[in-house]
Design a protein around this ligand. Structure first.
Ligand code: ZN
Ligand code: ZN
Length: 313
């Protein structure tokens, strides 16, 4: 399966500010020595050695993940502002006449705000099935596109629409299998597991981990044990997680504990805090790696989920 992250920020879209960009440029200039600009090769080497926090940005769009199964089935997890970027890309590539399957974890703004700006939803050649275990999904989605909040309604979206309330705990989709599980978050939130050709991904955005998520019961084992990739809400530092108890998010250290407890192979830190700049978020990755190295568990690969990141499972 192919995975692409179009939006990775939590709570609210977070564009890089002009001041932050200026800070990056100034920091790069400070590092340049005369030898670094003597040749194209030297310039390339200089660029390659820059820290990721200077050369890149975590990205500013809110939650949206694209998944393509091995049989070509197109899945989207959440419709945050990243969905708009995905739609622009699809239109540019003339990807028309598609059937998309959009699953929602929950309906907080940062997970639905891209939908009104998703160009493929306006094309009659496309069809979209929207999924959620929450029975009021259709009302929630339609309500954000009502006056005075938005000038066009969901009826103006000409792609064929189907709203499917998820019952039970699994759904076969193409060659893949989708499972879901309720996690702790104000108003409720669902984690999704996607399995395809023996590979597995768990997407658990907006999650405040509880003791019961660590319990080795059959339900937890089926969902979390040994997954290849766990994309996990790790919005907070440890101090913040204590201060913001019941706010519905987890600390990076708890995410590491959780991934280690379930023998996860790769942990992606996700739903980044909007008040943190790139430096702070990269320092969280360092702290998470430091912490993981001090746990007596199987090797765990930890990475930051950044906008535009692609994975092939
Ligand atoms: Zn969120
Ligand atoms: Zn939320």
């Amino acid at each position: 399966m192919f995975i692409k992250f179009w939006g990775v920020r939590g709570s609210v879209p977070t564009p890089l500010t002009p001041r932050q960009l200026e800070g990056k440029v100034a920091a790069v200039i400070q590092r340049i020595k005369p030898d670094d600009i003597l040749s194209e090769e030297a310039r390339g080497l200089f660029m390659a050695e820059l820290p990721a926090s200077l050369l890149n940005s975590i990205g500013g769009n809110s939650t949206c993940v694209e998944i393509r199964l091995s049989d070509g089935t197109r899945i989207v997890l959440d419709g945050g502002t990243g969905l708009r970027e995905m739609g622009i890309d699809m239109m540019k590539k003339k990807e028309i006449g598609l059937h998309l399957h959009i699953f929602f974890t929950h309906f907080h703004w940062d997970h639905i705000q891209g939908l009104p700006f998703f160009d493929p939803a306006y094309l009659p050649e496309n069809s979209i099935t929207y999924y959620s275990p929450m029975a009021k999904m259709e009302t929630y989605l339609r309500d954000q596109m009502k006056a005075p909040y938005f000038p066009v309604t969901m009826d103006d979206m000409n792609a064929k629409k189907t709203f499917t309330t998820l019952h039970g705990s699994t759904l076969d989709l193409g060659r893949g299998k989708i499972s879901w599980r309720a996690m702790k978050h104000p108003g409720g939130c669902f984690a999704y597991k996607i399995e395809d050709r023996g590979k597995s991904l768990v997407f658990s955005s907006d999650t405040e981990l509880r003791d019961k998520d660590f319990e080795k019961n059959p339900e937890n084992r089926r969902f979390f044990e040994g997954v290849d990739y766990l994309i996990m809400d790790s919005q907070y530092t440890l101090d913040e997680a204590i201060e913001k108890y019941e706010w519905g998010h987890s600390s990076y250290s708890l995410a590491v504990d959780f991934a280690a407890a379930w023998g996860v192979k790769n942990l992606g830190l996700f739903h980044h805090e909007p008040k943190y700049g790139d430096n702070k978020i990269y320092s969280i990755l360092n702290s998470a790696n430091w912490y993981a190295n001090h746990l007596e568990s199987r090797p765990l690969k930890i990475f930051l989920v950044t906008e535009g990141l692609e994975l092939e499972l």
